[in-house]
Design a protein around this ligand. Structure first.
Ligand code: SF4
Length: 219
């Protein structure tokens, strides 16, 4: 077993949790993913609930609503002015290009679906990958800021590795059936243990596999 495989196996063993995917309306999921960027689950949930109640989370409702009303509704998520413009633009594009239904994109093969999603306003690699993993069951491990930081501290990739390099390194070390768990649990580990500021290295269950505290490089 490689060091990367050992790290993933230990992570899955430590938390002993299987993440159950949500499979629902992919446009609503896309809105949730956009709202969840750089905010807590609680703030994202509050913003989404308010958006649903005040405006409605459909391409039609968001494309028609004044951007100021969208901004006010999603204020709990933060960066509401910027996000409201993104939501309005993505809703308009989904209506214009897909008649309001992006489900057919999700049934395409992963590379094709990902490229197509990334042509929508405000949809980058991570957003496309999260949607494709949770809502289409594609075999991909999306990389958020926690996962990127953890992979680099553990030196699973070089310090300046780009998004896809990190993603592929993790995917190579995990069973595709557990990709969703790996994504969810790495984020949990990044919030609770391997935090951006003051990581809890003392007592970390990956400490003996991690070069970060000692500043050493493991090849
Ligand atoms: S030992 Fe520290 S840096 Fe390494 S994985 Fe654990 S918390 Fe992160």
């Amino acid at each position: 077993m490689s060091r990367a495989e050992e790290i993933i196996a230990r992570l899955l063993e430590h938390y002993e949790r299987r993440w159950r995917p949500r499979r629902g309306d992919p446009f609503r999921s896309l809105v949730r993913i956009i709202l969840s960027q750089n905010t807590s689950y609680r703030n994202e949930a509050a913003a989404y609930e308010q958006l649903e109640r005040v405006i409605g989370v459909t391409p039609e409702a968001l494309a028609e609503a004044p951007v100021e009303r969208i901004a006010e509704a999603i204020r709990p998520a933060g960066m509401h002015n910027q996000r409201s413009r993104t939501l309005k633009r993505v809703a308009a594009a989904v209506l214009e290009r897909y008649g309001g239904d992006i489900a057919p994109i999700l049934s395409k093969p992963y590379p094709e679906a990902r490229l197509e999603l990334m042509e929508l306003p405000g949809v980058g690699q991570k957003t496309a990958d999260v949607l494709l993993m949770f809502d289409a069951g594609k075999a991909v491990i999306p990389v958020d800021r926690h996962i990127d930081r953890i992979a680099k501290r553990l030196q699973l990739v070089p310090p300046k590795a780009a998004y896809d390099e990190v993603r592929r390194a993790l995917e190579a070390a995990a069973d595709p059936d557990r990709y969703e768990d790996v994504h969810v649990l790495l984020i949990r580990f990044g919030r609770e243990v391997c935090r951006a500021q003051r990581p809890r290295c003392d007592g970390c269950f990956l400490g003996d596999l991690c070069p970060y505290p000692r500043g050493e490089r493991i090849n």
